[in-house]
Design a protein around this ligand. Structure first.
Ligand SMILES: NC(=O)c1ccc[n+]([C@@H]2O[C@H](COP(=O)([O-])OP(=O)(O)OC[C@H]3O[C@@H](n4cnc5c(N)ncnc54)[C@H](O)[C@@H]3O)[C@@H](O)[C@H]2O)c1
Length: 342
């Protein structure tokens, strides 16, 4: 069984990817300090995967502790690096914590990769690297724009650091996955997003608004040059995204020692406005979404959606779900969680 080290395996995308990897016969070892997740996620992962789940509660910025984990798992065939802080507004307010955590964590992990001669890495990048784009959809060839936030800057730097590292290390390979906007939950409804603080992603905000029926949700700007004035994003189902990782690790294992650093967009190629997402939430839940219109938010781009043809061609990846599936599964997870908070 091929062993994969997953940093941030207790976070939203990491936990769903871990479940998908396990279902596809991989062994997963997670490193997650729980800075933005909760140990209770472990039982959800184990419940869904039907296997024990090993996580080291270690901060990637602590190189000595990190090395101890790698000493126990020198046989890993690859690393999937999810662990990072990810809130755009928080990064605008507190840039140094973002540069410290996201850049130092990555550099330490790459040092381990070099020291333990682990061949493959997959990096969680983001469509935020494109900035405010002129032409849609964006392909991997689209120019990298000015990073609109310190968070986006850490993703641009992360990509550059990995490209330089791969060039300097014989036989190492990387895939940089530029995610669009992940949402939804495992179809079982037993695993989903557990946002900690500074929730800034739309789907959990919508779930919270509809569940609480409190009008504390603000649409950030309705005067953008889009079809209804609100921002456009490409929402990708979490299980489609997890599948892209499983395919990427297989792709890397099959292209041995090619010193490749390949970039793939992972979005579904459809733009949805905030207002359309609100209507779709009402359809999925049968409940009204209470909301207010607020001012624009620093760091937000106007509109973005993906050309994913390269992932379709090279990884044989196709999205299976749309915004309605995302919201239906997120709602199922929300209902499941409610049973336990009563
Ligand atoms: N969710 C999104 O909308 C989105 C979009 C594009 C890219 N990404 C990227 O995907 C990755 C995963 O995102 P997510 O949504 O699962 O986030 P998340 O916050 O749910 O998960 C990240 C996990 O990493 C852990 N972590 C953070 N810093 C750490 C450190 N220094 N040492 C050990 N553990 C640490 C946290 O505890 C958390 O469990 C991130 O790199 C994020 O920037 C996310």
């Amino acid at each position: 069984m091929s062993k994969v080290i997953v940093s941030g395996g207790c976070g939203y995308i990491g936990s769903h990817t871990a479940v998908d990897l396990i279902a596809n016969g991989f062994e997963v070892v997670s490193i997650d300090s729980f800075i933005r997740s909760e140990p209770s996620i472990l039982k959800h992962i184990e419940h869904v995967s039907g296997k024990p789940f090993l996580n080291y509660s270690v901060d990637l910025c602590d190189k000595d502790l990190l090395k101890r984990v790698f000493l126990e798992h020198p046989d890993a065939v690859g690393i999937i690096h999810f662990a990072a802080l990810k809130s755009v507004p928080e990064s605008v307010a507190n840039p140094l914590s973002y540069y410290n955590n996201n850049i130092n964590g990555l550099c330490n992990l790459l040092e381990m990769m070099s020291e333990f001669n682990i061949q493959n890495i997959i990096f969680s990048s983001s469509c935020s690297v494109y900035g405010n784009v002129k032409t849609l959809p964006v392909s991997e060839e689209s120019p990298i724009g000015r990073a609109e936030s310190p968070y986006a800057a850490t993703k641009q730097m992360g990509e550059r650091i990995i490209e330089d590292f791969i060039r300097s290390e014989k036989g190492k390979n990387a895939v940089l996955l530029r995610y669009f906007n992940p949402g939804g939950a495992h179809p079982s409804g037993l695993l989903g997003e557990m946002p900690q603080k500074n929730i800034s992603n739309l789907i959990p905000i919508l779930m919270n608004a509809v569940s609480s029926q409190q009008a504390n949700f603000y649409v950030h700007g309705d005067d953008y040059p889009t079809r209804d004035g609100t921002c456009i994003r490409d929402y990708i189902h979490i299980m489609d995204l997890a599948d892209a990782h499983t395919r990427s690790i297989r792709y890397l294992l099959n292209s041995k020692n090619s010193n490749a650093c390949e970039i793939f967009n992972v979005g579904i190629g459809e733009g949805v406005t905030v207002m359309e997402a609100i209507r779709a939430t009402e359809l999925a839940t049968g409940l009204k979404v209470p909301y207010n219109i607020g001012p624009r938010r620093d760091g937000d781009v106007v509109a973005i959606y993906a050309d994913y043809s390269k992932a379709a061609r090279e990884l044989n990846w196709q999205p299976k779900f749309d915004i309605n599936d995302i919201l239906a599964s997120a709602w199922k997870w929300e209902q499941y969680q409610k049973q336990f908070s009563k």
